[in-house]
Design a protein around this ligand. Structure first.
Ligand code: SF4
Length: 232
């Protein structure tokens, strides 16, 4: 199946950053790919979202402190989107490790992510400008970890565009606990087809921490309206 290439308005996001028109174009392109209910189309959308995340945040003037081997943030709940879980499961070989302690089960012994090229959006976008603050927070101190505004805004646009397409197609728009959802899909690849059919086959792996904020859902629906997804 030939996949539609991203339109110019989407490609320009990397150079110009997000605005409402760019996000609407991304929502519409994502909607077209999701509509195919196909592994290759879903993987292409994941790759596009991750690429836009990297390119649009590379434009930020803020220097971030995140480095390979600094993994304080890998000790929190990790919420992934369904298509990210499906894409990662396709690349997975063997058994998904069980969590031991607070660390993400995908964190290596060298404190590097073992799935770095396929890590979910949240791991790409939740960054810090102060590793000392991350370490203090990891140790239990009540400190605020500085998360640059540009990353917060870019993450919000990406998620809104994805959810706009998902909701317009009647697909569940929520996060899933990465490791248990990944283990389930690796064990039963048929969960992907069920999810694309509108049955939230990963619901058992969605916790309170993965629940979408009503404001984000409303914003996604507004974007779907701007992109005219329901009329298309
Ligand atoms: S997926 Fe990788 S980057 Fe994300 S929390 Fe797990 S080990 Fe860390």
């Amino acid at each position: 199946m030939k996949l539609p290439p991203p339109p110019a308005a989407v490609r320009q996001i990397a150079a110009k950053g997000f605005d409402e028109a760019g996000a609407a174009a991304l929502a519409r392109h994502g909607w077209r790919l999701l509509q195919m209910r196909d592994a290759a189309a879903g993987d292409a959308l994941v790759a596009l979202l991750h690429d836009l995340a990297a390119r649009s945040t590379a434009r930020a003037a803020t220097a971030i402190a995140c480095r390979k081997g600094c993994a304080f943030c890998c000790h929190q709940h990790v919420s992934a989107h369904a298509i990210e879980v499906f894409a990662l499961a396709r690349r997975w070989r063997g058994t998904v490790p069980a969590a031991a302690g607070s660390a993400c089960a995908l964190l290596g012994m060298d404190r590097a992510c073992t799935v770095h090229p396929g890590r979910p959006l949240v791991c790409r976008m939740v960054v810090s400008t102060d590793a000392g603050a991350c370490e203090a927070a990891f140790g239990g101190a009540a400190v605020e970890v500085p998360w640059p505004r540009h990353f917060i805004d870019t993450a919000a646009w990406l998620v809104m565009a994805l959810w706009a397409g998902q909701r317009a197609l009647g697909l569940p728009a929520r996060g899933y606990a990465l490791v248990p959802a990944l283990a389930a899909v690796v064990a039963d690849p048929g969960l992907e087809a069920r999810w694309y059919a509108g049955d939230d086959a990963l619901a058992a792996f969605s916790t309170d921490a993965d629940a979408p904020q009503p404001a984000m859902l409303a914003a996604a629906d507004r974007l779907a309206g701007l992109a005219r997804l329901r009329e298309a």
